[in-house]
Structures are given as structure tokens and as C-alpha cells.
Design a protein around this ligand. Structure first.
Ligand SMILES: NC(=O)c1ccc[n+]([C@@H]2O[C@H](COP(=O)([O-])OP(=O)(O)OC[C@H]3O[C@@H](n4cnc5c(N)ncnc54)[C@H](O)[C@@H]3O)[C@@H](O)[C@H]2O)c1
Ligand SMILES: O=C(O)[C@H](O)COP(=O)(O)O
Length: 530
């Protein structure tokens, strides 16, 4: 039974879902703030469910010996070292839509709050002062709202702002003018947004390209009297520069839900007039917390129990249905890769995959990842579908895929070719109607080989006596052959044999086969057929 740790304050709904799905779950939200304790216990778990308090560092991942999936009940995953997770083969998933509306509403609320100085007016009224003339505000109607990053949340903000009769402009380099127009905004460049906006709201992830996007220089390009709203991530704004511009009167107000350092107990913006602050409450509604807890628990359970992958940031999606249909093909892709991986001792330059027939209509990204993982598992058993493409990229291995639909004798097949400086190796395989993967071609020679845990691969010149030599040497040394496949390109040319045996072929048996002088290549191979 898989075991999941919840190390942040998730709704109890998540715990219930894990239990209902038959997953053992420990609810320990205090661990999100205790990295040493988390490192101590994480080794026991297959899944880790978090919000933003838990920092999943390389140290935590190093200790996470059994971890398969990290589920973020929310959107931002900047608290997870995704590169380290991918390298360890751990899937990182989030819930991209569960708190989108709630966070957009918070941004709108913050915009109103800063336009009308509501928090300060409220505090003053609570204090028994009746400072009616002190809190003069501005209308939102007809004002220009500049949205930096108009993805899911920015899109909802645009929609609500249009309802408030604001003019909406947006800077988002990855979206087309048309797409931004569909969201009700005009696409502009950053300088134009800075110059035209009465209000600026940020809705990008915190990545290298967006870190400090509202830098001192860019804040200096804004319209006098601008108001800034940040409900995305702290590092997007230069807080010290913003504080100075607020004090100089260039910026009329700021509303911040997120800070460079969190929890924020000290900040250059604290205490300044017309700065509205909330403690990272963007996603803090009961509706959003139910949504994200439910979604993350379902997604993590699906992955741990069925292999279905949804909303993963470091792995292609695989639906539960796909996982079922593709299961044998994924296994085949893994075996094909593993065959070549075990045959290849020299550095790999390129991996080419050809998908033909039914398999060409499947999720090829997942199949390719499985194949690449199969190759790499031959030298590092820790590699899996998540980490393999990353490792291949790091090593400069070029991966290409081709699909076609002319499988002929088979419903579909996969052909894997691996290129090294010395040679090209290829192997083809299919899945029979019994759901069993089989090798059907090696080096262009047709065969029909059942795949077993222990196998022996030999190449020889096609001449009499090979079967006898193989049978005698194996049998004479107590190695039972479960299945024997032969193939040759033409009579007298190169031939191959693939034997499926009941136990690993001992070194001394391989030496004896070599002594016969009949074989060019002899390799004992092991496959994970579980
Ligand atoms: N305050 C909170 O509690 C809270 C809650 C939810 C999400 N968030 C944060 O809000 C942010 C946005 O979330 P989302 O779900 O809308 O993400 P999203 O991925 O749907 O949208 C982000 C948008 O930013 C754009 N972008 C990327 N690089 C950019 C750049 N250099 N300049 C301008 N735009 C760029 C992307 O193209 C994308 O359209 C994330 O950082 C998330 O962590 C905060
Ligand atoms: O990225 C998010 O989803 C938000 O920042 C919410 O974070 P939280 O779940 O820690 O409140």
C-alpha cells in the first residue's frame, strides 16, 4: 500500500480521499516548517502533499528514498527544486485551476482596497477617529489596468476588470495578440504597459525571466500615481525601490499579498501609508482549499495506484485510460530501450524512435520517455520516465521520433535505433493481442521473441551446429531454456539467437560458449518483467 505524507495545512478532504483510495496517509502539517524532521521521515513515503510552506530542497529529495510524487495543492511550485526532483525521477504535480478564481478575486479586492485606502480607513474608524476627508480615493471605472502575465489568474482578473469598466492591457510575451484579445485585453510591450497603466497587477510565475520584473528601472518608467498589486510572487518586485517610490509620491499605493522573504515579519514596505498587505492569502478561501486538496489527492492517488499522470510539471500527462491501454506498450518501450542499453558500452549520440500503426496514435512523449529510461536503466537502475529525458538532454543525446501507419503484419510496432560514434543498433517490438510485449526485429533481422527476466543474446554466422552448441552448453551446465528464437538475414549470412532462460546465465557458461568459437557476440541480458 503506498504511503503519503501531508506536510502542509491542506484541507482534511485530502486525507479522506487518500484513505478512501486505500492509501496510507500521515497528516503532519508541522513538518512543513521543520526541514530536519522532514528529512528524517521522508524516506518512508511514496508521496508528499504540500502547499507553499514545505521547501522541497535537494537535501529533502536526497533523503526521499521511496518518493515517487510530490503534489502541490495550489499553483506555484517555486518551493520545489524541480530539477533535483526530475533527476531523482520524482513527478511534481500541481493543481493549476483550483485556486485561480479565488486568487484573481483577491487581486481585485486588493485593487479596490488600495484605490480607496480601505484598510487604513477601517483602522482609523475602529480607533474612534472620524477622518472622513483623509481617505480620498480613485475610481476604477475607465482606468487602465496593466496585467503582467495573463495566464489563468491574469485572465480571470482581466475578465473581472472588464466588468468593472476598466481598460485592460497586458504584457505576456508567450501569448499572441489574438489570445490576449480573447481574454479581453490589448497586448502591449512592457514599456507601454508601464507607461500607460493606472494600476499594475502581476500574475507571472517566479522564474529567471520574471524575477525583479518590476525593477527599480522599470518602476521608474511607470506613470506618476500608479498603484501596484502583487498577488503572484514576492521576487517579482524590487521592494526597496517600491518603498522609495511610494515615499517620493511617484507610486500612489501598493497592495501586496506576497513578499521576497516569507513569512514576512520585516519588510521595507511595512508601515508605509497606502500599502495594503496580506500574509499570502491569495488562495485562502474555503472553496479554493477544498478544490486544491481534492484535486491533489485524486491526482496523487491516480498516479500511485494506476500510473495516470495529470498536471505534472516534469512528465507528459497520461490519462487513466491511456495508462491502461498503453501499459503493455510502455513496458515494450522500456524493454526495447533496456535491450539496447545492455548492449551498448559506448556513449550514445542519438536515439531515434519509430512508431507505426496503433501505437503511433498513443501518447508518444510517454512512450519515448519509457524507452529512454529503459536505455539508461542498464547503467543506473534509479533512472525512470521522469528523469530519463532530462539526463539525456544533459548528456547532449538527440532524441527524435517518427510516426507512420504501415505496420502490415502487426497492428503496430516500435522500432528503436541508438546511434553511437562506432555504430547504430536497432530493435523492433510489438504487443500481441494477449497484451504481451515481444521483440520482432534485431539488427533488421526478423525474429519472434517472448521477453523473459533472464535472456541470452548471441550472434553467429549462419551455419550448422549452432543450435546444438547452444542447447548442449546450456543444458550441460544446468541452464534451462524456456524459449528459443533464431533469425537470419539470409542463408549463410549473419544470424542471431535469443534465448529466454529460467535463471541468469553464469559467467563460466558464457566463457564456454565463447570457447566454441562459433559466436561473434554473446550477452546475458536481464529484464524487469514484473
Ligand atoms: N497569492 C497566492 O496565494 C497565489 C495563488 C495562486 C497562484 N499564485 C501565483 O500566481 C502566479 C500566476 O499563476 P497562474 O496560475 O495564472 O499561472 P499561469 O501559468 O496560468 O500564467 C502565468 C503567465 O505568465 C506568463 N509569463 C511567463 N513569463 C513571463 C514574462 N517574462 N513576462 C510576462 N509574462 C510572463 C505566462 O506566459 C503565463 O501566461 C504564479 O506565480 C502563482 O504561483 C499566487
Ligand atoms: O501558488 C499558489 O497556489 C499560492 O501561492 C497559494 O499558496 P498556499 O497554498 O501556500 O496558500
Amino acid at each position: 500500500m503506498p504511503k503519503v505524507l501531508v506536510s502542509d495545512k491542506l484541507s482534511e478532504t485530502a486525507v479522506q480521499i487518500f484513505r478512501d483510495r486505500g492509501i496510507e496517509v500521515d497528516f503532519r502539517p508541522e513538518l512543513g516548517k521543520d526541514k530536519d524532521k522532514l528529512a528524517e521521515v521522508i524516506g518512508e513515503y511514496d508521496g508528499l502533499a504540500i502547499r507553499s510552506a514545505t521547501k522541497v530542497t535537494p537535501t529533502i529529495l536526497e533523503a526521499a528514498k521511496n518518493l515517487k510524487v510530490i503534489g502541490r495543492a495550489g499553483i506555484g511550485t517555486d518551493n520545489v527544486d524541480k530539477a533535483a526532483a526530475s533527476k531523482k525521477g520524482v513527478i511534481v504535480m500541481n493543481t493549476p485551476f483550483g485556486n485561480m478564481v479565488t486568487t484573481a478575486e483577491h487581486a481585485i479586492a486588493m485593487m479596490f482596497a488600495v484605490a480607496r485606502q480601505i484598510p487604513e480607513a477601517s483602522a482609523s474608524t475602529h480607533a474612534g477617529k472620524w477622518e472622513k476627508s483623509k481617505f480620498m480615493g480613485v475610481e476604477l471605472t475607465n482606468k487602465t489596468l496593466g496585467i503582467i502575465g495573463i495566464g489563468n489568474i491574469g485572465g480571470v482578473v482581466a475578465d473581472r476588470a472588464r466588468g468593472l469598466k476598466m481598460k485592460v492591457i497586458a504584457y505576456d510575451p508567450t501569448l499572441s495578440e489574438e489570445k490576449i484579445a480573447q481574454k479581453g485585453a490589448e497586448k502591449v510591450d512592457l514599456d507601454t504597459l508601464l507607461a500607460r497603466s493606472d494600476f499594475i497587477t502581476l500574475h507571472t510565475p517566479l522564474i529567471d525571466a520574471t524575477r525583479n520584473i518590476l525593477s527599480r528601472e522599470n518602476l521608474g518608467k511607470t506613470k506618476k500615481g500608479v498603484r501596484i498589486v502583487n498577488c503572484a510572487r514576492g521576487g517579482l518586485v524590487d521592494e526597496a525601490a517600491l518603498a522609495e517610490l511610494l515615499q517620493s509620491g511617484h507610486v500612489a499605493g501598493a497592495a501586496l499579498d506576497v513578499f521576497a522573504e516569507e513569512p514576512a515579519t520585516e519588510n521595507p514596505l511595512f508601515g508605509l501609508p497606502n500599502v495594503v498587505c496580506t500574509p499570502h492569502l491569495g488562495a485562502a478561501t474555503s472553496e479554493a482549499q477544498e478544490n486544491v486538496a481534492l484535486q491533489v489527492a485524486e491526482q496523487m492517488s491516480d498516479y500511485l495506484l494506476t500510473g495516470a499522470v495529470t498536471n505534472a510539471l516534469n512528465m507528459p500527462s497520461v490519462t487513466a485510460e491511456e495508462a491502461k491501454v498503453m501499459g503493455p506498450w510502455i513496458k515494450l518501450a522500456d524493454h526495447l530501450g533496456n535491450f539496447i542499453g545492455q548492449m551498448t558500452d559506448e556513449p550514445i549520440k542519438a536515439i531515434n524512435l519509430l512508431y507505426d500503426g496503433v501505437v503511433s496514435q498513443m501518447n508518444l512523449e510517454a512512450l519515448t520517455s519509457a524507452s529512454v529510461a529503459g536505455i539508461m536503466k542498464a547503467v543506473n537502475p534509479e533512472v525512470n520516465m521522469v528523469s530519463a529525458p532530462l539526463i539525456a538532454k544533459e548528456r547532449g543525446i538527440k532524441i527524435s521520433t517518427t510516426k507512420q501507419d504501415k505496420s502490415g503484419a502487426f497492428e503496430g510496432y516500435i522500432k528503436l535505433t541508438v546511434v553511437t560514434a562506432e555504430r547504430e543498433r536497432s530493435i523492433g517490438g510489438t504487443v500481441f493481442s494477449d497484451g504481451k510485449p515481444r521483440f520482432i526485429q534485431i539488427k533488421g533481422i526478423n525474429i519472434d521473441a517472448e521477453i523473459g527476466q533472464h535472456m541470452l543474446y548471441t550472434t553467429n554466422r549462419d551455419e550448422p551446429g549452432i543450435i546444438g552448441a547452444l542447447g548442449q552448453t546450456m543444458g550441460g551446465n544446468g541452464v534451462n531454456i524456456a524459449n528459443f528464437t533464431l533469425g537470419r538475414s539470409k542463408a549463410g549470412a549473419e544470424a542471431i539467437a535469443l534465448l529466454y532462460v529460467d535463471a541468469p546465465v553464469p559467467e563460466d557458461v558464457i566463457a564456454k560458449l565463447h570457447q566454441t568459437g562459433l559466436f561473434q557476440q554473446i550477452r546475458a541480458l536481464e529484464f524487469d518483467v514484473g
